[in-house]
Design a binder for this molecule. Structure first.
Ligand SMILES: C=C(O[C@@H]1C=C(C(=O)O)C=C[C@H]1O)C(=O)O
Length: 187
C-alpha cells in the first residue's frame, strides 16, 4: 500500500523518561527505553521482519528547529517496520547533509535495508541519551493510522541521537499498536 502523507513525523515534543509518571512498565517499557538495535530485537522474534519505505528525500530544516544547522539540508527517511506484514514501528531518521558527506556511508541508498544494520555494525557512531514522547491521537503522525485502517490512539515514541564527530543524526521510533499489544501480552 502506498502511504500519501510523507513526511508524517517531525512535530513531536521530546522529554526524559523521568518526566512521564505513566512511563510504560514491563517488556514494552524495556523495549521503549532500550539502546540496542531495534532491528535486531524485531528480527529475533522471527515473525517475518520487513522494512516498508514510506518516503525519503533531502529537505531544508526550518531555521526555527533545534536541529537548525549552518547547512540546513537534511536527509529525511521514514519507514514502517513490519512483522508478518503487520505495522509495528514507524521510524523517522534525520541525517544532516554534512554528516552524510563526512561519514563515508551512503545512507541515501538504503531502500529496504534496515538503517540499524549499518548504524550498529560498522561506522563509529556513538549513541546519546534517549528522549520520549506521547503522540496524541490528533497528531499529524497519526494520519498514518488512518491510512493503515488502525484506530487513532495515544502512541509512545522515542528519539535517539547518534553522534559522529561534531555531527548528530537522530532516529525517532514510534511503537504502533501491534507492537505495544504483543509486548504487553508477552511481559
Ligand atoms: C536504528 C535502527 O534502525 C531501524 C531501522 C530504520 C530504517 O530502516 O530506517 C530506522 C530506525 C530503526 O528502527 C535500529 O535497528 O535500532
Amino acid at each position: 500500500m502506498q502511504l500519501q502523507g510523507y513526511p508524517y513525523g517531525g512535530q513531536a515534543q521530546w522529554a526524559e523518561a523521568s518526566t512521564f509518571a505513566d512511563f510504560p512498565e514491563g517488556q514494552f517499557g524495556q523495549w521503549l527505553a532500550s539502546q540496542d538495535s531495534l532491528t535486531q530485537r524485531l528480527k529475533a522474534l522471527e515473525l517475518g521482519f520487513e522494512v516498508q519505505v514510506v518516503g525519503e528525500s533531502m529537505q531544508q530544516m526550518p531555521a526555527t528547529r533545534v536541529e537548525a544547522l549552518d547547512n540546513p539540508n537534511v536527509w529525511v527517511r521514514e519507514v514502517i517496520l513490519r512483522l508478518n506484514d503487520e505495522p509495528w514501528v514507524f521510524a523517522r531518521t534525520v541525517i544532516p547533509q554534512a554528516l552524510l558527506h563526512a561519514c563515508g556511508v551512503d545512507f541515501t541508498q538504503l531502500g529496504k535495508r534496515p538503517l540499524g544494520e549499518i548504524l550498529f555494525a560498522t561506522t563509529p557512531f556513538e549513541q546519546g541519551s534517549l528522549s520520549f514522547t506521547r503522540h496524541a491521537p490528533q497528531a499529524h503522525l497519526l494520519d498514518l493510522l488512518d491510512e493503515l485502517g488502525i484506530e487513532r490512539q495515544t502512541l509512545w515514541g522515542r528519539r535517539r541521537p547518534f553522534h559522529y564527530d561534531n555531527q548528530v543524526l537522530t532516529v525517532a521510533e514510534t511503537f504502533l499498536p501491534a507492537a505495544g499489544q504483543y509486548l504487553q501480552a508477552h511481559s
